[in-house]
Each structure stands twice: as C-alpha cells, then as structure tokens.
Write a protein that binds this ligand. Structure first.
Ligand SMILES: NC(=O)C1=CN([C@@H]2O[C@H](COP(=O)(O)OP(=O)(O)OC[C@H]3O[C@@H](n4cnc5c(N)ncnc54)[C@H](OP(=O)(O)O)[C@@H]3O)[C@@H](O)[C@H]2O)C=CC1
Ligand SMILES: O=C1Nc2ccccc2C1=O
Length: 324
C-alpha cells in the first residue's frame, strides 16, 4: 500500500528493541490523568485497573506502542499491563515525557535526569524507547530553573547512558526545536520526534511545523487525531454540525471504513504517526485496520480544505495564543 507512491510503512523507521516496526501509539493521558488525580490521596497510588485492562486489550490486539508521561501518573499501569500481557519488554515501545511545568500540571521532577530514574523504576524496566520533553512551556519555579537548552542536554545524556533509546519533544514550535538543535553536538542527538496535536481542523499546531519536521528528519506524532469526532467546541459549547461531518460520512461510505479509520488513515498518509486510544475492543481493532485502503489525492485535498475552513485547537489554547 502506498502513500501516493511511497510505502506507508516507510513513514518512520522506529522499531521496538527487538526490531519490530512500531504501530500507532495507544495513549494513557487525556481522561486517565484526570481520573487518577481526582482520586482521594490515599488511593492515588493504587492501580487504575480499567486502564491496565484497556492496555492489555490494545497489546493483545496488535498495538506495540504505549504513550505515557510524568504528568499522567500512569507508569504503574503501563508496567502492569506489559507484565500481564505476557509480551516481552523488547517487543513493546514505551514513550514517556518529562514535565517542564505549566498551568495545568503537577510539579515536575527536578530535572530530566532525576525523572528518568523515577520513570524506569515505576515502569519496571531498565530503558524507555522514547523520552520526550512534554512541552516547551517551562515554568521557572515548577521546573526548577530548567530551560529548553539545559533539559535537552540532559536528554542527550540519558541517550548516551542507554537509559533511553531515542529522544524528542512535544508541542514544540520551530524556534523551540531550534534551541534544542543548537545545543546538540551532532545529528544523532537532535530531536527525532515532535508529538503535537494534529487533525484536519489543526493541520499545523504552530507555523510551518510540518515542513520543518520533514526538512529535519523529525517524525511528527499526532495526538488528538480523532478530535473532529467528539471534541469540537465553540464558545465553550459542544458543536455537532461542523463541516467535516458530511465529508467523513461520504468517505466512510465510499471506502467502506468508519469515520475514525478515515481520520487515522488520513493522518498516516500525511506521514504522521497517530497516538490514539479506545476502551472498546472493536475500535481498538478498527484503528489498526487502516493499511488495506488508500484515500485518493482528491479526497485528502477535500479533507484538508474543509478542515482548514474551521480551525479548532483542542489542547494548550492558552499557551498557543501568542503563536500564529
Ligand atoms: N503530548 C501531549 O501534550 C498530549 C499527548 N496526548 C497523548 O495522546 C493520547 C491520545 O489522545 P486523545 O486525544 O485521547 O486521542 P484521540 O483523538 O484518538 O481520542 C481518543 C478518544 O476517542 C474516542 N473514540 C475512539 N474511537 C471513536 C469513534 N469511532 N467515535 C467517537 N469517539 C471515538 C475514545 O473513546 P472510547 O474509549 O469510548 O472509544 C477516546 O476517548 C493520550 O492518551 C496521550 O497519551 C494527548 C494529549 C496531549
Ligand atoms: O494526554 C494529555 N491530555 C492533556 C490535556 C491538556 C494538556 C496536556 C495533555 C496531555 O498530555
């Protein structure tokens, strides 16, 4: 199957330690992080069994890529799920993220170096596959005076030590990535991934970010890829009649796929790796069943032009207010 001539499997060359190409990622943030934080203090450290079960379901149904983060407090669930699934650690790709400290979140570890040691213990492993800085929004106090440059140097050290296999960033705009690149001693130590919000209603989280990523061999991972299906709000109110709805309905019918499969396949065809999640086995299976069809160039163009007519940002709207 091709992406207009290029095999879709070649949009990235990330593999598990055992050498298997990684699938879409399954997330442990969004609703899970709030559920955990909403618990009484004495229960906050007990496992969220629903999440463990959901991750096991995802692993059993073909996912080999799990996304977690310091702020989600979901490392223990990830560890339990990998163990319970019986799948070997080296066959699973685990991403975690250092919290630089910003409005919505709990205090960060003192430094990425301190964080990675805590993460390895909580994840019950001696390496993570991908280590990201969660955002460029460093709260001076919360993140103990760290900057993009100081944090990036520590990610480089973590890679050199073998505690992490690859390093990257999340929610970074071009000027932020340039700061990390500036303190990278060689291409090997530059950001390899930028995980950002991406869907037809937000085709560039920040100015020129897709173009820059392509030029610098940075894989874009998309969080919120299904946003048009359920997250659209205007003036604080949920909106159900946005312009992509009829387009997705038409394309679902044409390709014999669900609207979520159309959105995930569209994301892949843009050369972007989706991070998605579902608690429902049918949806988990459907989300991986997107390699046996191709959305035509004209239909991709329609998704994009209709999407661009209705800009919507689901995450970090405050922080990105001053960006164009
Ligand atoms: N780096 C960052 O700053 C961020 C990272 N993330 C990461 O990305 C992960 C995924 O993000 P998220 O926004 O949840 O991803 P998605 O856009 O894929 O949304 C997932 C949600 O969609 C629902 N869903 C799945 N299929 C359908 C369908 N066919 N119709 C309607 N709803 C559907 C699921 O509900 P159900 O269970 O009912 O199927 C689930 O709640 C997070 O868990 C986190 O790991 C997320 C946000 C920010
Ligand atoms: O998973 C996430 N859900 C979020 C909601 C708001 C800001 C960041 C995030 C995440 O990383």
């Amino acid at each position: 199957m091709t992406q207009f001539g290029k095999p879709i499997s070649l949009i990235h060359n990330f593999t598990t330690k055992s050498g298997k190409a990684i699938t879409l990622g399954t997330g442990t943030g969004t609703k899970w992080q709030w559920l955990k934080k909403g618990r009484p203090e004495d229960e906050q450290h007990t496992l969220h069994q629903d999440l463990v079960d959901q991750l096991v379901l995802a692993l059993e149904n073909g996912y080999n890529h799990i996304d977690t983060a310091e702020v989600y407090t979901t490392h223990p669930e990830v560890a339990a799920a990998v163990k319970q699934s019986g799948i070997k650690r080296e066959d699973v790709f685990i991403t975690t993220k250092y919290n630089p400290g910003f409005r919505t979140f709990v205090a960060a570890s003192k430094s990425p170096t301190e964080f990675i040691d805590i993460a390895l213990k909580e994840l019950q492993t001696d390496y993570v596959d991908l280590f990201l800085i969660h955002s460029p929004f460093f709260g001076e106090v919360i993140s103990h005076g760290q900057t993009i440059e100081s944090a990036w140097k520590e990610l480089i050290d973590a890679k050199k030590s073998g505690k992490v296999r690859e390093i990257g960033v999340s929610n970074f705009a071009v000027p932020h990535i340039e700061k990390a690149i500036k303190v990278s001693e060689s291409k090997e130590y530059q950001p390899k991934v930028n995980q950002i919000e991406f869907h037809p209603y937000l085709q560039n989280q920040t100015k020129d970010i897709l173009k820059f990523a392509k030029e610098n061999d940075i894989l874009i991972e998309a969080y919120g890829p299904l946003t048009p299906l359920f997250r659209i709000k205007k003036d604080g109110k949920e909106v159900d009649d946005h312009p992509l709805k009829p387009v997705l309905a038409k394309l679902s019918e044409k390709y014999g796929k669900t609207d979520s499969q159309i959105l995930l396949r569209y994301t892949l065809q843009k050369g972007i790796l989706p991070i998605t999640t579902s608690s429902k086995v049918e949806r988990i299976r459907q989300s991986l069943d997107i390699y046996n069809f191709e959305i035509s160039k004209e239909d991709v163009e329609e998704i994009e032009s209709v999407g661009a007519s209705y800009p919507f940002r689901g995450f970090f709207d405050e922080e990105f207010k001053d960006f164009d």
